[in-house]
Design a protein around this ligand. Structure first.
Ligand SMILES: [Zn+2]
Length: 224
């Protein structure tokens, strides 16, 4: 199914084809695959964190902080692991032929991401629907696609689009809908406002973009 992952401006494009027919692929789904963070890269992160500590008025050598640069460097390996996830391996053949063209809905997928403007977490739930053409994807793979895009420096709007486009590329479905709600620490921690609105983003493709009734049905499902 996934024939090639080609490098494109530092990103990797997933190319799919459907029994030789390749009319649908729009080439927009991007997923990054990079080698593990090297010792040299980890060391550079440690040096940078140490500089931050020293410059916010801390003593980077006091007991509680001495291991912090190293902990943060190792933590980024995990919370930013999406840069190293190989989308081909992630999907790993979990595509199944079906004779079913009603919406498949996966909701309440918990995610944790990092806002690229402040490098602070944002988190919440993702809700995904697609209408198969002739294939469905294994249920466990959808949360993993969300995770691959969440574990990067992100803005919620782009993450929403990337998830929709990847599902569109892999499954070539009749339609895809992605709705994401996010609480952003960068807005929650700053300012004096005590109410913390959640941000909602959505991205629709195919029938979900064209058919208002389908969209409404999906939105109604999310309220249940
Ligand atoms: Zn932010």
């Amino acid at each position: 199914m996934l024939e090639a992952v080609k490098e494109l401006n530092g990103y990797h494009k997933i190319e799919t084809s459907r029994n030789g027919k390749n009319g649908h692929s729009n080439g927009k789904a991007a997923a990054v695959s990079q080698p593990e963070t090297s010792a040299k890269e980890k060391q550079a992160i440690e040096t940078a964190v140490r500089a931050i500590l020293a410059n916010v008025g801390e003593d980077p050598d006091r007991e509680g902080l001495v291991g912090t640069p190293n902990r943060i460097a190792r933590m980024y390996d995990e919370v930013l692991a999406g840069y190293k996830t190989d989308p081909v391996k992630l999907v790993n053949g979990a595509l199944f032929d079906v004779d079913y063209d009603e919406p498949v809905i996966v909701k309440e997928i918990e995610y944790f991401s990092m806002c690229e403007h402040h490098m602070l977490p944002f988190f919440g739930r993702a809700h995904i629907a697609y209408i198969p053409s002739d294939k469905v994807i294994g249920l466990s793979k959808i949360p993993r696609i969300v995770e691959m895009f969440a574990r990067r420096l992100q803005v919620q709007e782009r993450m929403t689009r990337q998830i929709a486009e990847m599902i569109d590329e892999i499954l070539q479905p009749q339609g895809v809908a992605v709705v994401i709600e996010g609480s952003h620490m960068c807005s929650m921690m700053r300012g004096v406002k005590k109410e913390h609105p959640r941000m909602m983003t959505s991205y629709m493709l195919g029938k979900y973009k064209e058919d208002r009734e389908l969209r409404r049905e999906f939105m109604d499902q999310l309220r249940k």
